[in-house]
Design a protein around this ligand. Structure first.
Ligand code: FAD
Ligand code: DLZ
Ligand code: SF4
Length: 508
């Protein structure tokens, strides 16, 4: 009997477990652009255009390989509204009574598949290095789940950058070399750009029509939309971007959207690139002498360390993880996140490039938009929905632990051993934003004082009970306590006024 083989928008890998378990001669592949998935958050139009284009091209490739693929387009009125509705329709159409699927990367969808009237068998997603069972075994009995130790396990497991039992270069981690502020000019042309082909052009028309009102520009769409293109983009970056990736990983420069970053997370997460293939290419560049060890190690740590680790946490912690709010934050997301006016140059830059490209690099996400959200006490759920919507690489398994956990400390410190907060000083050190800002980064109080400076101390003060005992924050509390009491009072009063202006919807 025929079975349905479900392939979701981020499962565009030919080695997918559901495909491997299926029989090309009798089973039917189901793929669909459905309103529910395209609408659970207001996804950036470029994210939708990327996924739908890549889905359509993947379906064509499967057909060419002999699969019977039933593809539901969003503009076809017969297409179901949800993945389950589409499975029901296709089961009636084909007589199939069973579905093979690879486990989705969101609890929401896993639960929807479990509740679907057509029985769904969910197979593990083996496109990751670390299975759920392996992560649980690693986590069991540990007081703290620190990424660094997990990462070493993954190095041993994969043999990447290993020399026998020892890490290459005698050190596991070269992070201290990877914190240079950006130089004046960027000598890498940025990610490889692709002219939209016929498939992408048709999708762009659909997305403009249906999602043109969502936050985000659709013009100038340049993403790779199949595995071959994504592999070319990877090779282009390994040659031109990787050599300086490590040094300037944390740097930010006005008008420079990509610096030396890979800009491949959307390809990895949709399944167009395989993480081990990517890491092997990076390791090879180092072995060939084309990239330094701090660059190769820094990159490989992100992929086999952070990426696997956050996924492990998401599945270990369970469906309620995204609703956590350890600091009890409840402020609304300010309009500036959706492109509303702000006088803060760093926020303008991060949001403007997010709007243009559905991309911002890690430090912009963590130390600009994330930092501001945490300092201002914004509801982490709202912050989470924003990140899930606006980035082309965002799916809950990876976005939520980064936002709820790493960035907003809303999980109470499972991922981050201390909150990622900073005053304007850090942003000034790592970027050129402050030079062009209406605020003054050196002003702690008074007219033109940088909001990050005011809010930083307000944050420290209001969460004193929770953080004063944290040895990694003790120094900052000592600095605060040594400050003149009048000055402390002024800082808190001005920070309070700033928050009130934010609440009133005034431009900050
Ligand atoms: P590079 O800087 O070139 O890094 C290489 C690769 O490492 C990335 O492609 C990515 O696959 C992986 N990686 C790096 N850091 C992380 C990380 N912290 N977690 C998981 N993988 C990582 N990444 C996503 O893929 N999807 C998200 O939805 C997402 N949301 C984030 C939200 C917040 C608040 C923060 C602070 C970070 C988030 N990240 C997310 C992690 C990181 O910012 C992006 O992976 C990275 O910016 C992607 O750009 P790149 O490909 O140029 O990365
Ligand atoms: C993000 C997304 C969007 C925008 N649209 C679809 C879609 O129409 N069909 C589909 O199968 N998947 C889509 N996705 C991805 C899913 O919403 C979901 O985030 C992932 O499958 C979770 O791993
Ligand atoms: Fe951002 Fe403050 Fe610098 Fe302005 S002065 S760019 S608000 S850190």
């Amino acid at each position: 009997v025929t079975r349905l083989v479900l392939i979701l928008g981020d499962q565009l890998s030919e080695g997918l477990t559901a495909l491997k378990a299926a029989d090309r001669a009798r089973d039917v592949v189901v793929m669909a652009e459905v309103a529910n998935e395209a609408g659970y958050v207001p996804h950036h139009p470029k994210k939708i255009a990327f996924l739908f284009s890549a889905m359509r091209k993947f379906a064509a490739r499967l057909r060419a390989g002999g699969w019977d693929v039933r593809y539901g387009r969003l503009d076809d009125p017969d297409t179901g509204d949800s993945i389950c509705a589409e499975l029901l329709r296709r089961s009636e159409e084909t007589g199939a009574t069973e579905v093979l699927a690879t486990e989705p990367g969101e609890w929401r969808l896993i639960e929807a598949l479990k509740a679907c009237p057509v029985p769904v068998t969910m197979l593990p997603d083996d496109r990751f290095l670390c299975s759920h069972a392996e992560f649980e075994a690693w986590a069991k009995g540990r007081k703290a789940l620190r990424m660094e130790y997990f990462y070493r396990e993954m190095r041993r497991k994969t043999g990447l950058l290993m020399e026998g039992h020892q890490p290459a270069g005698g050190q596991w981690n070269f992070d201290h070399d990877n914190r240079k502020p950006a130089p004046g000019a960027v000598d890498f042309s940025g990610p490889m750009r692709f002219e939209p082909d016929t498939v992408a052009r048709e999708v762009l028309d659909l997305v403009r029509d249906r999602f043109g009102q969502n936050f985000g520009d659709l013009d100038d769409f340049w993403f790779a939309t199949d595995g071959t293109q994504a592999r070319r983009a990877l090779a282009h970056w390994v040659k031109g971007g990787l050599p300086k990736f490590g040094d300037y990983q944390d740097a930010m420069l006005s008008g420079e959207r990509f610096l030396w970053h890979g800009v491949i997370s959307m390809y990895l997460n949709a399944g167009l690139l395989d993480p081990l293939e990517v890491c092997a290419a990076v390791e090879q560049a180092w072995r060939d002498g084309a990239a330094p060890l701090n660059a190769a190690e820094g990159f490989i740590r992100q992929v086999i360390g952070w990426r696997e680790y956050v996924r492990g946490i998401y599945f270990l912690e369970g469906p309620d993880y995204v609703t956590r709010n350890a600091l009890g934050n409840s402020r609304d997301l300010p309009w500036m996140y959706w492109g509303g006016e702000t006088r803060m140059r760093c926020m303008q830059e991060a949001v403007a490039q997010t709007r243009a490209e559905a991309y911002a690099h890690h430090i912009q996400r963590l130390m600009v938009t994330g930092n501001f959200g945490l300092l201002a006490g914004i509801d982490p759920q709202k912050v989470h929905e924003w990140y899930l919507a606006v980035y082309a690489d965002a799916y809950e398994w990876v976005e939520a632990p980064n936002t709820i956990g790493m960035s907003q400390f809303a999980d109470g410190g499972i991922i981050a051993s201390k909150p990622y907060v900073s005053s304007g000083n850090y942003i000034n050190k790592m970027s050129d934003y402050c030079k062009g800002c209406a605020y003054s980064v050196s002003r702690k109080t008074g007219e033109g004082a940088c909001p990050f400076n005011l809010l930083y101390w307000h944050f420290m003060d209001r969460h004193r009970d929770r953080f004063a005992g944290n040895p990694r924050m003790a120094q900052m509390y000592r600095t605060w306590d040594r400050m003149d009491p009048d000055k402390r009072e002024t800082v808190l009063a001005e920070a309070g006024e700033l928050l009130a202006r934010l609440d009133a919807g005034e431009v900050v």
